[in-house]
Design a binder for this molecule. Structure first.
Ligand SMILES: [Zn+2]
Length: 273
């Protein structure tokens, strides 16, 4: 009997540790970073916060509403303005975006992946709305926020934000974090959510997008294989979603992992402890 109560007591402690271990990103008011702003809303319902015409993720911490504002890589430096929509009108939330000199990286890939044929270009244009729709959507659901699970343990082979030069030609900056791992390494969902895209895309290869609610999404690219899941399925944190590969525009087996807030790709390292 006494052991039974001890068991209950210990599991209560463990439960409270788990609840308190929820994800909290590091703040970095730079392009590709996150500004964490307090919203003085008293009610239990989440405040409506907007940045660059996108609704912003909000979460309550110690009784206070906080907004996680994703800052896009192409954000103008200096004063930035989000706003909080109240009954009395829109109230500005200003913050300053500091410079960050992301290094440049040169890569060699198949020429057809840099200068696209008309057919491939048409394919990329066809695929783009499916991916951006899955990544940039604000779904007004509040999902549990357990501690984020790193999708796999691997060397950080290419950090977020690098200015990319493919075969000598400048292309979009690197909007995710590359984790090197052998072909077939299992990949885990970083947070709980719903699969909103799962397909084989020209640049991203075999890709899974998970929507974690309120505009927080994650994407996993260049997979060799998918798990037995489909669009619309709910996944748990840490659930197996696929295997590492090198499909799409890729120079070798690795996982390209993207995190996004309010349609802005932010540095996944900010979410790691
Ligand atoms: Zn990458």
């Amino acid at each position: 009997m006494r052991l039974g109560w001890l068991g209950v007591f210990l599991s209560c402690i463990l439960l409270s540790v788990q609840v308190n271990a929820g994800t909290w990103p590091q703040e970095a008011r730079i392009p590709g970073g996150i500004a964490i702003l307090e919203i003085p809303q008293r009610s239990e319902s989440p405040p409506h916060v907007f940045f660059n015409n996108q609704r912003v993720y909000t979460v309550k911490k110690e009784g206070r509403w906080m907004a996680w504002v994703g800052i896009p890589l192409n954000q103008k430096l200096g004063k930035a303005e989000a706003f909080w929509r109240t009954r009395e009108g829109d109230l500005p939330l200003t913050f300053n975006v500091a410079d960050k000199a992301y290094p440049q990286q040169s890569l060699k890939v198949a020429p057809r992946q840099v200068n696209l044929s008309a057919e491939d270009l048409a394919r990329v244009r066809r695929e783009a709305p499916e991916l951006s729709g899955a990544m940039n959507n604000f779904r007004p659901v509040i999902l549990p926020l357990p501690a984020l699970v790193k999708p796999l343990e691997g060397r950080h082979s290419s950090p977020f934000g690098f200015r990319r030069v493919f075969n000598g030609e400048a292309r979009n900056p690197h909007s995710g974090l590359d984790l090197a791992a052998p072909q077939g390494t299992p990949i885990k969902a970083a947070l709980p959510g719903r699969i909103t895209a799962q397909n084989h895309y020209f640049f991203n290869g075999k890709t899974v997008v998970i929507d974690h609610g309120q505009g927080l999404t994650s994407m996993y690219c260049h997979l060799s294989a998918f798990a037995n899941l489909k669009v619309g399925d709910e996944v748990e944190v840490g659930q197996f979603i696929g295997e590492v590969g090198t499909t799409g525009r890729s120079t070798g087996p690795h996982l390209h992992w993207t995190m996004s807030l309010n349609a802005a790709r932010v540095d996944p390292e900010l979410f790691l402890p």
